[in-house]
Design a protein around this ligand. Structure first.
Ligand SMILES: Cc1cc2nc3c(=O)[nH]c(=O)nc-3n(C[C@H](O)[C@H](O)[C@H](O)COP(=O)(O)O)c2cc1C
Length: 260
């Protein structure tokens, strides 16, 4: 994995080419004969290992170590490519956020974590708070470079749409545009925000936004007749891993739900 200071171009050039025809493949689980009580499938190997205890605020530990641990350990994370519009409707904004998750389906609710306070809000959060609206777009393999480009720290008012080359499509309920290339987009209304303070400095360091999904847009070749299941083979979702790594979702297994 690339580390700061490494020669990124050299490392990238030495890697195998991207497999553009790689399909989603379902394989058997590690132990297809697993029975109740069998525990881990590694023959007890993991039980021979020890753990390191880490207090996130232990002396001398920089905040950046917690950031690195969380973004590399809590993986893969979905990425919400968020589209917003300014209150006056004159400017638009597009940026990726991986502190993002669906947390309920009735009503459909999503959380997004923004680094920083409401006072010094990132452009997406500022627009979202001022308009009460946004669109959450899921990122697929076919536009991962463009989506990554929207993370550029452009000044407020400068649109990342042109920088990325992605296309806008009209929404029904919210004013912001959805990403036309996206297989799944969700029109959202802001429910509430909550700020959080650093345990060491007391300064506001993060803002949680809870968003209600009011419209789903799914590409027609990715949804079934009941408009219920999104086809993983079409979605080919991109997730965020640690550092600057993205995950592809091309290998899957299935396990039956246990019955009591
Ligand atoms: C894959 C990826 C995930 C990111 N996730 C977050 C996140 O969860 N929260 C955050 O505050 N910034 C996150 N960022 C950084 C923002 O995208 C970046 O600060 C961006 O410039 C914000 O844009 P805005 O100011 O136009 O809203 C992420 C960047 C990338 C590339």
């Amino acid at each position: 994995m690339f580390k700061v200071g490494d020669d990124f171009d050299r490392i990238q050039a030495a890697r195998p080419d991207y497999k553009c025809d790689a399909q989603v493949t379902f394989s058997k689980p590690p132990n297809p004969d697993w029975k109740q009580g069998d525990g881990a499938n590694d023959g007890g190997e993991s039980l021979k290992k020890e753990h390191v205890e880490i207090d996130p605020y232990e002396e001398g530990r920089p905040v950046s170590a917690n950031y690195k641990l969380l973004i590399s350990g809590i993986v893969p994370r979905p990425i919400a490519l968020i589209s917003t519009r300014s209150q006056d409707g004159k400017t638009t904004n597009l940026a990726p956020f991986s502190y993002a998750q669906v947390i309920n389906h009735d009503p459909p609710l999503f959380t997004v974590g923004f680094v920083g306070s409401l006072e010094k809000a990132k452009d997406s959060l500022k627009n979202m708070v001022e308009t009460g609206e946004c669109v959450i777009n899921l990122i697929s393999e076919h536009f991962v470079e463009a989506a990554n480009a929207t993370a550029v720290s452009a000044p407020y008012g400068v649109s990342e749409w042109e920088i990325s080359g992605l296309h806008q499509a009209t929404c029904s309920v919210v004013q912001a545009a959805r990403v036309k290339e996206s297989i799944l987009s969700i029109e959202g209304k802001l429910v509430e925000t909550k700020e959080f303070q650093s345990r060491t400095t007391g300064k506001t360091t993060g803002t949680l936004a809870i968003i209600e999904g009011v419209r789903f847009w799914v590409r027609d070749d990715a949804i079934d007749d009941e408009k219920a299941v999104v086809d993983l083979k079409v979605l080919k979702p991109i997730s965020r891993l640690g550092g600057i790594a993205y995950g592809l979702t091309t290998d899957a297994i299935e396990l039956l739900r246990p019955k009591f």
